[in-house]
Design a protein around this ligand. Structure first.
Ligand SMILES: [Fe+2]
Ligand SMILES: [Fe+2]
Length: 219
């Protein structure tokens, strides 16, 4: 264990057409005047509703991201945010290890949750922290850590392939947890503190801002 880590749109055009049909000649004239790509009568409100739905969906997603990342942004500096994420990930592992073979749905859901959490976390490190480490002549550690992220993805691949009712599922999760725990320890106890110590206040704030921004888009 690491030390810390929708709109209902009434189809008025359709109902109007069925309750007061226009003369056939009008209908055919209307039909003839349409291009092959015409949206047809009443499409405007439908398109507007669809666009409205998209806007609502985007706003909801934006709000969700803001909420998720806002909670993390409140944690503190980049290294504290990443450590808190380690703790969240390891707690999911513990829930996985408390399941039995009959709990296949729960195992699938927990693996999905873990995959999303680790994916977001790795993206923040690979797009911000590790590049910053390389820029600070810490390429050996950055490459080692990024290499381990590859094996973390391999564990996720293996677990998805073996299925949640496999007899060795728990054993695989245990090995997976050990790797993530060791990796998180190295980051929290060696690499991050040493790197942070060499950063100016401005550089530290910049990395925190970039980690938060990357995490927002990945949330
Ligand atoms: Fe990492
Ligand atoms: Fe990490």
């Amino acid at each position: 264990m690491a030390t810390r880590t929708q709109s209902r749109q009434s189809n008025r055009a359709t109902s109007n057409r069925s309750s007061s049909p226009r003369p056939a000649s009008s209908q055919s004239r209307s039909r003839d005047s349409r291009s092959a790509f015409s949206w047809g009568d009443g499409a405007g409100p439908v398109i507007a509703a669809a666009l409205g739905g998209v806007a609502i969906g985007l706003a909801a997603n934006y709000g969700r991201k803001a909420l998720m990342q806002g909670m993390e942004a409140a944690v503190g500096d980049w290294d504290e945010i990443l450590s808190a994420e380690h703790d969240v990930g390891l707690a999911v592992f513990d829930k996985m290890l408390a399941t039995d073979e009959s709990q296949t749905f729960k195992r699938k859901m927990l693996l999905m949750k873990l995959t999303h959490a680790l994916d977001k976390h790795a993206h923040q490190e690979e797009m911000v922290v590790y590049p910053a480490l390389r820029e600070a002549n810490e390429a050996v550690d950055a490459d080692h850590l990024e290499g381990e992220h590859g094996y973390i993805k391999t564990f996720i691949y293996d677990l998805n392939e073996m299925g949640p009712d496999a007899s060795n599922w728990l054993e695989k999760v245990r090995e997976f947890r050990a790797l993530v725990s060791k990796h998180a320890h190295m980051e929290e106890e060696q690499v991050f503190p040493r790197f942070k110590q060499a950063l100016s206040e401005e550089q530290n704030a910049r990395i925190t801002s970039l980690v938060n921004r990357d995490g927002f888009w990945m949330a």
